[in-house]
Design a binder for this molecule. Structure first.
Ligand SMILES: *Cc1c(COP(=O)(O)O)cnc(C)c1O
Length: 347
Protein backbone atom coordinates (compact mmCIF):
# COMPACT_ATOMS: atom_id res chain seq x y z
CA UNK A 1 0.00 0.00 0.00
CA UNK A 2 1.56 3.29 -0.98
CA UNK A 3 1.24 6.28 1.34
CA UNK A 4 -0.78 8.30 -1.18
CA UNK A 5 -3.63 5.82 -0.84
CA UNK A 6 -4.46 7.33 2.56
CA UNK A 7 -5.02 10.83 3.90
CA UNK A 8 -3.57 10.98 7.42
CA UNK A 9 -4.80 14.44 8.37
CA UNK A 10 -7.56 16.91 7.60
CA UNK A 11 -5.16 18.94 5.45
CA UNK A 12 -4.16 15.90 3.38
CA UNK A 13 -7.82 15.05 2.90
CA UNK A 14 -8.52 18.66 1.88
CA UNK A 15 -5.69 18.53 -0.65
CA UNK A 16 -7.16 15.36 -2.09
CA UNK A 17 -10.59 16.99 -2.34
CA UNK A 18 -9.13 20.17 -3.86
CA UNK A 19 -10.53 22.42 -1.10
CA UNK A 20 -9.00 24.83 1.39
CA UNK A 21 -8.18 22.94 4.62
CA UNK A 22 -10.85 23.58 7.27
CA UNK A 23 -9.16 25.32 10.20
CA UNK A 24 -11.64 24.43 12.93
CA UNK A 25 -10.89 20.71 13.05
CA UNK A 26 -7.28 20.65 14.27
CA UNK A 27 -8.18 20.18 17.90
CA UNK A 28 -10.53 17.32 17.08
CA UNK A 29 -7.91 15.51 15.06
CA UNK A 30 -5.45 15.82 17.94
CA UNK A 31 -7.88 13.82 20.10
CA UNK A 32 -9.16 11.48 17.45
CA UNK A 33 -6.75 11.14 14.53
CA UNK A 34 -7.75 11.12 10.89
CA UNK A 35 -7.07 8.30 8.48
CA UNK A 36 -9.10 7.97 5.29
CA UNK A 37 -8.45 5.94 2.15
CA UNK A 38 -8.36 8.04 -1.01
CA UNK A 39 -10.95 5.64 -2.43
CA UNK A 40 -13.39 6.45 0.40
CA UNK A 41 -12.73 10.20 0.05
CA UNK A 42 -13.58 9.93 -3.63
CA UNK A 43 -17.13 8.93 -2.64
CA UNK A 44 -17.85 12.41 -1.27
CA UNK A 45 -20.31 13.89 -3.74
CA UNK A 46 -22.00 16.90 -2.19
CA UNK A 47 -19.53 19.58 -3.27
CA UNK A 48 -21.84 22.48 -2.33
CA UNK A 49 -22.25 21.36 1.23
CA UNK A 50 -19.38 19.05 2.06
CA UNK A 51 -20.16 18.74 5.76
CA UNK A 52 -23.63 17.42 4.99
CA UNK A 53 -22.28 14.69 2.75
CA UNK A 54 -22.90 11.24 4.30
CA UNK A 55 -19.39 10.02 3.47
CA UNK A 56 -17.76 13.21 4.80
CA UNK A 57 -19.71 12.84 8.03
CA UNK A 58 -18.47 9.30 8.51
CA UNK A 59 -14.76 9.98 7.95
CA UNK A 60 -14.00 13.68 8.59
CA UNK A 61 -13.76 15.02 12.16
CA UNK A 62 -16.51 17.09 13.71
CA UNK A 63 -16.20 19.49 16.64
CA UNK A 64 -19.13 17.74 18.28
CA UNK A 65 -16.82 14.77 18.95
CA UNK A 66 -15.21 16.83 21.72
CA UNK A 67 -18.42 18.16 23.24
CA UNK A 68 -19.31 14.94 25.01
CA UNK A 69 -16.99 14.55 27.99
CA UNK A 70 -19.27 12.43 30.13
CA UNK A 71 -20.12 9.29 28.23
CA UNK A 72 -18.15 6.16 28.89
CA UNK A 73 -15.49 5.02 26.43
CA UNK A 74 -16.51 1.39 26.92
CA UNK A 75 -20.19 1.31 27.92
CA UNK A 76 -20.56 -2.23 26.59
CA UNK A 77 -17.94 -3.41 29.09
CA UNK A 78 -15.89 -5.11 26.42
CA UNK A 79 -12.67 -4.79 28.43
CA UNK A 80 -14.33 -6.38 31.45
CA UNK A 81 -15.60 -9.27 29.37
CA UNK A 82 -12.16 -10.13 27.95
CA UNK A 83 -11.79 -13.85 28.60
CA UNK A 84 -8.34 -14.08 27.02
CA UNK A 85 -6.22 -11.42 25.33
CA UNK A 86 -8.23 -9.91 22.43
CA UNK A 87 -11.20 -12.21 23.13
CA UNK A 88 -14.61 -10.91 24.30
CA UNK A 89 -16.86 -13.61 25.74
CA UNK A 90 -20.38 -12.32 26.45
CA UNK A 91 -22.75 -15.02 25.22
CA UNK A 92 -22.71 -18.79 25.72
CA UNK A 93 -22.03 -19.97 22.18
CA UNK A 94 -20.10 -17.13 20.51
CA UNK A 95 -17.11 -14.89 21.10
CA UNK A 96 -15.55 -11.83 19.47
CA UNK A 97 -11.87 -11.94 18.51
CA UNK A 98 -10.04 -8.64 17.94
CA UNK A 99 -7.68 -9.76 15.18
CA UNK A 100 -5.98 -6.43 14.50
CA UNK A 101 -6.37 -2.77 15.35
CA UNK A 102 -5.85 -1.66 11.75
CA UNK A 103 -8.62 -0.30 9.56
CA UNK A 104 -8.70 1.04 6.00
CA UNK A 105 -10.34 4.23 7.29
CA UNK A 106 -11.02 5.55 10.78
CA UNK A 107 -14.78 5.88 11.08
CA UNK A 108 -15.85 8.83 13.20
CA UNK A 109 -18.63 6.71 14.73
CA UNK A 110 -16.28 3.91 15.80
CA UNK A 111 -17.57 2.29 19.02
CA UNK A 112 -14.04 1.16 19.83
CA UNK A 113 -12.71 4.71 19.81
CA UNK A 114 -11.16 3.93 23.20
CA UNK A 115 -8.52 1.88 21.35
CA UNK A 116 -7.51 4.87 19.20
CA UNK A 117 -5.76 6.47 22.12
CA UNK A 118 -4.19 3.61 24.01
CA UNK A 119 -1.68 2.48 21.44
CA UNK A 120 -3.33 -0.83 20.57
CA UNK A 121 -4.74 0.59 17.39
CA UNK A 122 -2.10 -0.43 14.90
CA UNK A 123 -1.16 -3.86 16.16
CA UNK A 124 -2.10 -7.27 14.82
CA UNK A 125 -2.81 -10.07 17.27
CA UNK A 126 0.47 -11.80 18.10
CA UNK A 127 1.17 -15.49 17.70
CA UNK A 128 1.29 -15.88 21.51
CA UNK A 129 -2.05 -14.13 21.95
CA UNK A 130 -3.58 -16.32 19.28
CA UNK A 131 -2.27 -19.45 21.03
CA UNK A 132 -3.83 -18.21 24.30
CA UNK A 133 -7.16 -17.62 22.52
CA UNK A 134 -7.10 -21.12 21.03
CA UNK A 135 -6.26 -22.63 24.43
CA UNK A 136 -9.28 -20.82 25.91
CA UNK A 137 -11.57 -22.03 23.12
CA UNK A 138 -10.37 -25.63 23.56
CA UNK A 139 -11.21 -25.41 27.26
CA UNK A 140 -14.64 -23.90 26.53
CA UNK A 141 -16.32 -26.14 23.95
CA UNK A 142 -19.69 -24.42 24.49
CA UNK A 143 -18.30 -21.71 22.20
CA UNK A 144 -19.22 -22.70 18.67
CA UNK A 145 -18.77 -19.45 16.76
CA UNK A 146 -15.95 -16.92 16.54
CA UNK A 147 -16.67 -13.42 15.26
CA UNK A 148 -13.40 -12.16 13.86
CA UNK A 149 -13.43 -8.40 14.31
CA UNK A 150 -10.96 -5.62 15.13
CA UNK A 151 -10.07 -3.17 13.71
CA UNK A 152 -10.61 -4.85 10.42
CA UNK A 153 -9.50 -8.45 9.89
CA UNK A 154 -9.17 -7.95 6.14
CA UNK A 155 -6.29 -5.55 6.90
CA UNK A 156 -4.24 -8.57 7.98
CA UNK A 157 -1.78 -9.81 5.39
CA UNK A 158 -3.02 -12.80 3.41
CA UNK A 159 -0.55 -15.00 5.29
CA UNK A 160 -1.69 -13.84 8.75
CA UNK A 161 -5.38 -14.06 7.80
CA UNK A 162 -4.99 -17.63 6.58
CA UNK A 163 -3.01 -18.64 9.65
CA UNK A 164 -5.59 -17.13 12.02
CA UNK A 165 -8.55 -18.77 10.28
CA UNK A 166 -6.76 -22.13 10.14
CA UNK A 167 -5.94 -22.00 13.85
CA UNK A 168 -9.53 -21.17 14.84
CA UNK A 169 -11.22 -23.61 12.50
CA UNK A 170 -8.86 -26.33 13.71
CA UNK A 171 -10.58 -26.29 17.10
CA UNK A 172 -13.12 -29.16 17.05
CA UNK A 173 -15.92 -27.26 18.85
CA UNK A 174 -15.83 -24.25 16.49
CA UNK A 175 -18.59 -24.69 13.92
CA UNK A 176 -18.90 -21.20 12.44
CA UNK A 177 -16.60 -18.26 11.70
CA UNK A 178 -18.03 -14.80 11.13
CA UNK A 179 -15.63 -12.20 9.70
CA UNK A 180 -16.71 -8.57 10.20
CA UNK A 181 -15.12 -6.09 7.80
CA UNK A 182 -15.65 -2.59 6.46
CA UNK A 183 -12.94 -3.05 3.82
CA UNK A 184 -15.55 -3.71 1.09
CA UNK A 185 -16.90 -0.21 1.88
CA UNK A 186 -13.79 1.84 2.59
CA UNK A 187 -11.17 0.15 0.38
CA UNK A 188 -12.76 -2.67 -1.64
CA UNK A 189 -9.60 -3.25 -3.70
CA UNK A 190 -8.04 -4.77 -0.56
CA UNK A 191 -10.48 -7.68 -0.71
CA UNK A 192 -8.18 -9.21 -3.31
CA UNK A 193 -8.77 -12.42 -5.23
CA UNK A 194 -6.17 -14.02 -2.96
CA UNK A 195 -8.03 -13.01 0.23
CA UNK A 196 -11.37 -14.06 -1.30
CA UNK A 197 -9.83 -17.45 -1.97
CA UNK A 198 -8.65 -17.71 1.64
CA UNK A 199 -12.10 -16.81 3.06
CA UNK A 200 -13.89 -19.20 0.73
CA UNK A 201 -11.64 -22.09 1.73
CA UNK A 202 -13.51 -22.25 5.07
CA UNK A 203 -16.93 -23.76 4.34
CA UNK A 204 -18.47 -22.47 7.58
CA UNK A 205 -17.38 -18.85 7.10
CA UNK A 206 -19.79 -15.91 6.78
CA UNK A 207 -18.72 -12.37 5.85
CA UNK A 208 -20.37 -9.43 7.62
CA UNK A 209 -19.97 -6.12 5.78
CA UNK A 210 -20.80 -2.64 7.05
CA UNK A 211 -22.51 -0.44 4.43
CA UNK A 212 -24.29 2.57 5.94
CA UNK A 213 -25.35 4.61 2.90
CA UNK A 214 -26.32 3.86 -0.72
CA UNK A 215 -23.44 6.08 -1.97
CA UNK A 216 -21.08 3.45 -0.53
CA UNK A 217 -22.53 0.66 -2.67
CA UNK A 218 -20.32 1.38 -5.70
CA UNK A 219 -19.49 -0.98 -8.58
CA UNK A 220 -16.06 -1.55 -6.95
CA UNK A 221 -17.66 -2.43 -3.61
CA UNK A 222 -20.12 -4.83 -5.21
CA UNK A 223 -17.30 -6.41 -7.22
CA UNK A 224 -15.33 -7.02 -4.01
CA UNK A 225 -18.31 -8.70 -2.35
CA UNK A 226 -18.99 -10.74 -5.49
CA UNK A 227 -15.46 -12.16 -5.32
CA UNK A 228 -16.50 -14.07 -2.21
CA UNK A 229 -20.21 -14.53 -3.00
CA UNK A 230 -19.35 -16.31 -6.25
CA UNK A 231 -17.25 -18.71 -4.24
CA UNK A 232 -20.17 -19.53 -1.95
CA UNK A 233 -19.52 -17.26 1.04
CA UNK A 234 -22.77 -15.76 2.38
CA UNK A 235 -22.50 -11.99 2.86
CA UNK A 236 -24.60 -10.15 5.43
CA UNK A 237 -24.54 -6.48 6.28
CA UNK A 238 -24.88 -4.47 9.43
CA UNK A 239 -25.73 -0.78 9.37
CA UNK A 240 -25.49 1.82 12.10
CA UNK A 241 -28.33 4.32 12.17
CA UNK A 242 -26.77 7.79 12.30
CA UNK A 243 -28.13 11.32 12.45
CA UNK A 244 -27.29 13.22 9.29
CA UNK A 245 -26.04 10.09 7.53
CA UNK A 246 -28.90 7.66 7.05
CA UNK A 247 -31.69 8.48 9.55
CA UNK A 248 -34.25 8.54 6.81
CA UNK A 249 -36.48 5.75 5.45
CA UNK A 250 -35.89 6.67 1.79
CA UNK A 251 -32.10 6.58 2.17
CA UNK A 252 -32.13 3.26 4.02
CA UNK A 253 -34.64 1.77 1.58
CA UNK A 254 -32.28 2.65 -1.28
CA UNK A 255 -29.33 1.15 0.60
CA UNK A 256 -31.11 -2.11 1.47
CA UNK A 257 -32.54 -2.52 -2.06
CA UNK A 258 -29.06 -2.12 -3.54
CA UNK A 259 -27.69 -4.69 -1.12
CA UNK A 260 -30.28 -7.40 -1.77
CA UNK A 261 -29.88 -6.88 -5.51
CA UNK A 262 -26.27 -7.99 -4.95
CA UNK A 263 -27.18 -10.94 -2.69
CA UNK A 264 -26.10 -9.10 0.45
CA UNK A 265 -28.62 -9.59 3.25
CA UNK A 266 -29.25 -6.62 5.58
CA UNK A 267 -28.90 -8.34 8.94
CA UNK A 268 -28.74 -5.72 11.69
CA UNK A 269 -29.59 -2.03 11.94
CA UNK A 270 -27.99 -0.77 15.16
CA UNK A 271 -28.80 2.31 17.13
CA UNK A 272 -25.49 4.05 17.86
CA UNK A 273 -23.87 2.97 21.13
CA UNK A 274 -23.55 5.54 23.94
CA UNK A 275 -19.77 5.80 23.49
CA UNK A 276 -17.86 9.01 24.20
CA UNK A 277 -17.06 10.93 21.03
CA UNK A 278 -19.81 9.47 18.88
CA UNK A 279 -22.97 10.65 20.64
CA UNK A 280 -23.63 13.38 18.06
CA UNK A 281 -24.72 10.60 15.68
CA UNK A 282 -27.48 9.49 18.06
CA UNK A 283 -30.99 9.52 16.59
CA UNK A 284 -33.01 8.12 19.50
CA UNK A 285 -34.71 4.73 19.46
CA UNK A 286 -38.03 6.06 18.16
CA UNK A 287 -36.41 7.14 14.90
CA UNK A 288 -35.41 3.56 14.13
CA UNK A 289 -38.84 2.21 15.05
CA UNK A 290 -40.54 4.82 12.87
CA UNK A 291 -38.36 3.82 9.89
CA UNK A 292 -39.15 0.12 10.37
CA UNK A 293 -42.84 0.93 10.55
CA UNK A 294 -42.58 2.71 7.20
CA UNK A 295 -40.86 -0.31 5.69
CA UNK A 296 -43.56 -2.85 6.61
CA UNK A 297 -45.96 -2.21 3.73
CA UNK A 298 -43.45 -1.34 1.07
CA UNK A 299 -40.19 -3.18 1.54
CA UNK A 300 -39.46 -6.88 1.04
CA UNK A 301 -38.60 -8.76 4.21
CA UNK A 302 -35.36 -9.77 2.46
CA UNK A 303 -34.32 -6.13 2.68
CA UNK A 304 -35.39 -5.42 6.26
CA UNK A 305 -32.76 -5.89 8.98
CA UNK A 306 -33.36 -6.46 12.67
CA UNK A 307 -33.25 -3.16 14.56
CA UNK A 308 -31.28 -3.57 17.78
CA UNK A 309 -29.48 -1.82 20.58
CA UNK A 310 -26.51 -3.16 22.48
CA UNK A 311 -27.29 -2.90 26.19
CA UNK A 312 -24.83 -1.09 28.45
CA UNK A 313 -22.61 -3.05 30.83
CA UNK A 314 -22.34 -5.94 28.42
CA UNK A 315 -26.01 -6.89 28.62
CA UNK A 316 -25.99 -7.89 24.96
CA UNK A 317 -28.04 -7.05 21.91
CA UNK A 318 -31.78 -6.60 22.11
CA UNK A 319 -34.01 -6.53 19.04
CA UNK A 320 -36.68 -3.81 18.98
CA UNK A 321 -39.93 -4.12 17.07
CA UNK A 322 -42.31 -1.30 16.24
CA UNK A 323 -46.03 -1.48 16.75
CA UNK A 324 -47.15 -2.08 13.18
CA UNK A 325 -50.65 -0.62 13.55
CA UNK A 326 -50.84 1.64 10.48
CA UNK A 327 -54.42 2.69 9.64
CA UNK A 328 -55.51 -0.75 10.82
CA UNK A 329 -53.77 -2.20 7.79
CA UNK A 330 -50.91 -4.01 9.45
CA UNK A 331 -52.42 -4.60 12.85
CA UNK A 332 -50.64 -5.98 15.84
CA UNK A 333 -51.89 -9.35 16.99
CA UNK A 334 -54.96 -9.30 19.24
CA UNK A 335 -56.92 -12.20 20.78
CA UNK A 336 -59.31 -12.08 17.82
CA UNK A 337 -56.48 -12.96 15.45
CA UNK A 338 -55.39 -15.88 17.56
CA UNK A 339 -58.45 -18.06 17.04
CA UNK A 340 -57.15 -21.27 15.53
CA UNK A 341 -53.67 -20.70 16.91
CA UNK A 342 -54.34 -22.31 20.29
CA UNK A 343 -52.27 -25.21 21.44
CA UNK A 344 -53.78 -28.41 20.00
CA UNK A 345 -55.95 -30.28 22.51
CA UNK A 346 -54.59 -33.64 23.63
CA UNK A 347 -56.33 -36.46 21.78
C1 LIG B 1 -22.64 -8.58 18.77
C2 LIG B 1 -21.88 -9.50 19.59
C3 LIG B 1 -21.98 -10.88 19.37
C4 LIG B 1 -22.85 -11.47 18.29
O1 LIG B 1 -24.19 -11.34 18.55
P1 LIG B 1 -25.26 -11.76 17.45
O2 LIG B 1 -26.56 -11.28 17.97
O3 LIG B 1 -25.17 -13.25 17.31
O4 LIG B 1 -24.86 -11.08 16.18
C5 LIG B 1 -21.24 -11.72 20.17
N1 LIG B 1 -20.45 -11.25 21.15
C6 LIG B 1 -20.35 -9.93 21.40
C7 LIG B 1 -19.46 -9.47 22.51
C8 LIG B 1 -21.05 -9.02 20.61
O5 LIG B 1 -20.92 -7.71 20.85
Amino acid sequence: MSKSEFANSVSEAARFLGIAPPSDLEEVEKHYPVMISSYYLSLIRNQENLRQDPVWRQCMPDRQELEDQVSDFDPLAEEEQMAAPKLIHRYVDRVVLLATGKCATRCRFCFRKRTWANGTELKDITQDELEAVCAYLRKNPAVREVLVSGGDPLMLSARKLKNLLEKISGIPSIEVIRVGSRVPVTFPQLLTAEKAEILAAFPSLWLMTHFNHPNEVTPEAVKACMRVIHKGVPVLNQTVLMAGVNDNAAVLEKLFRKLIASRIKPHYLFHIDPVRGVRHFSTGIDKGLEILREFRPRLSSLAVPTFAIDLPEGGGKVALQPDYEVNGKYPSVTDKHLIGYEERPES
